[in-house]
Write a protein that binds this ligand. Structure first.
Ligand code: PHE
Length: 517
């Protein structure tokens, strides 16, 4: 905090001085009592006191007349005409212009003074051209008027004031001062003021006698920062727009905890798969087990027991033309609760529901779904990995889809993010066949970087759900963090997520347009 400035300190002293002066006599005229205080300081001190009802004040504006240098001279030595008269009175013989000028020592005074003295009939001219005094005694009214102004800063006769001003002997200026009275809460000191009613004050009863600071409705208040979207949310919004413009529907992803059934078994991930290891997956210890899969809305008429049986059969013994994995499938293992390791658990749930829809031909409807949300993996945390990240996932279900179609779609989709000339590399996922990793050339890094994982969901998975054999489903996923880090030039993920994130980075990061450089 900055130290209090002098104005504050002096306006505080001034406020106490005003109270002391007011205690002795009122009303108080500030120009008399505090001739040296500035208008601003006085007003600040008075407003402080007035807001507490300790004083009342009115602002008075008055005009002040000040002498010009010539008038100062007149006040000291008399008017020009009086000086001329005075010089002539002393010289019995009269004086020539030259002698008059010598006697007075100011040509100008003589020039103006003799004219005026003539008009006043104080002097006249002799036969030999000299000036001589004719009056016995004169009244120097100009000097009197000026002396009045000098002493009172005004003149009771406004006509005289106007005349002196016209003769450029005086100038006027407006003066503001304050007429101050005691207020209803007058005291010699400003009382301590409470700004808040606290629990302590209520408990102790101190609120009964406390003086509360009045609200200042004219105060501007502290400037507020608007909320700022985290860069991840900005990129997420960009991606959502891309999905929406391509006709995708957003999946409900408000479930961080899933059963192994939806996260793994429904996706044909065998129960011995390393991904299901403690090293890779967070298991929930309390409660340990999920309920048996069931409909989550009244209009869901799917037979969950049949689905469960199909999943078990396809894993254990094989079904739908697949020979399965041939191991004893465990229902208990399937009901273990996990923090979802991918949003593909939601896609499985949505595709299972899709199997119950009926188009005009009585068959399930084509669909395009997407989601962008958080997933969890029990990984060692390093510069580019956290135990959680956001997964962007898309799913397209339709009849007669081909791998070539998936590749073309990826070109369009990633093209909208500004990524072109994709490269595909065969890969493995338990739930897709074929599977492809997707690479794009990163200009900044000068090399190909992996940007996503994709594939066509396996028949073992889709047919267990009741989807027809000729309905094909593409799926792909990518992390939200990767494009965000690239766009914002961040190399350590801990600068993006978690307790080390710099709020100024969040507040200062601009929006991004993914398709543009
Ligand atoms: N679940 C995959 C992952 O975690 C992404 C993916 C989704 C791949 C759908 C293929 C199909 O990387």
């Amino acid at each position: 905090m900055a130290p209090p400035t002098n104005t504050t300190a002096s306006s505080e002293d001034l406020a106490t001085d005003i109270l002391a002066a007011l205690d002795k006599s009122q009303p108080l005229l500030s120009s008399d009592a505090f001739p040296n205080a500035t208008f601003v300081d006085l007003k600040a001190a008075l407003d402080r006191l007035a807001s507490r009802e300790m004083v009342k004040y009115d602002t008075i504006e008055r005009q002040e007349a000040l002498l010009e240098p010539e008038a100062e001279q007149i006040a000291a030595n008399g008017s020009h005409e009086a000086r001329v008269f005075e010089a002539l009175r002393k010289a019995v013989e009269g004086l020539s212009v030259k002698e008059l000028e010598e006697a007075i020592g100011d040509k100008n005074v003589v020039k103006i003074g003799q004219g005026k003295a003539f008009k006043e009939k104080w002097i006249s001219k002799t036969k030999d051209g000299k000036f001589t005094a004719v009056a016995d005694k004169i009244n120097d009214t100009t000097q009197e008027q000026i002396k009045t102004v000098q002493q009172t800063k005004t003149h009771p006769d406004p006509k005289i004031l106007a005349d002196l001003k016209k003769r450029k002997l005086i100038r006027t200026q407006n003066i503001f001062s304050f007429k101050i009275h005691k207020g209803p809460k007058f005291a010699l000191r400003i009382p301590e003021e409470a700004t808040d009613l606290t629990a302590d004050m209520i408990a102790s009863g101190a609120w009964k006698t406390a003086t509360f600071k009045p609200y200042n409705f004219k105060a501007l208040g502290a400037t507020q920062n608007g909320g700022a979207l985290h860069p991840l949310n900005k990129v997420r919004q960009e991606l959502r727009n891309i999905f929406f413009e391509m006709g995708f529907e957003e999946m409900p992803t408000d479930k961080f905890v899933e059963s192994g059934f939806w996260n793994f078994d429904a996706l044909f991930v065998p129960q011995q798969h390393p991904a299901r290891d403690l090293q890779d997956t967070f298991y929930i210890s309390d409660p340990k087990a999920a309920d048996f899969p069931r409909a989550d809305s009244p209009d869901d008429t799917k037979d969950y027991q049949a689905y469960w049986d199909n999943v078990k059969a396809v894993h254990q013994d094989g079904k739908y033309g697949s020979i399965g994995y041939r191991y004893p499938w465990s229902g208990d293992e399937s009901l273990r609760l996990v923090l979802r390791t991918h949003t593909t658990a939601i896609s499985a749930n949505m595709l299972h529901k899709l199997a119950a829809t009926k188009g005009p031909d009585g068959r399930p409807l084509p669909a395009r779904y997407f989601s962008i949300d958080r997933v969890f993996r029990n990984e060692t945390v390093d510069a580019t990995h956290l135990a959680e990240f956001h997964q962007v996932e898309g799913v397209i279900a339709d009849y007669g889809l081909t791998l070539g179609g998936l590749m073309e779609f990826m070109e369009i989709f990633f093209g909208k993010m500004g990524l072109h000339d994709l490269q595909f590399k065969p890969a493995y996922n338990p739930y897709t066949e074929p599977s492809m990793e997707i690479f794009a050339y990163h200009k900044g890094l000068g090399k190909l970087v992996e940007i996503g994982n994709s594939g066509m969901f396996r028949a073992e998975m889709l047919e267990s759900m009741g989807l027809p054999k000729d309905m094909r489903v593409f799926g792909w996923g990518l992390s939200l963090e990767r494009p965000t880090m690239i766009k914002y030039g961040i190399s350590n993920i801990r600068e993006l997520l978690g307790h080390k994130v710099d709020l100024e980075f969040v507040q200062g990061s601009p929006a991004v347009l993914l398709g543009q450089e």
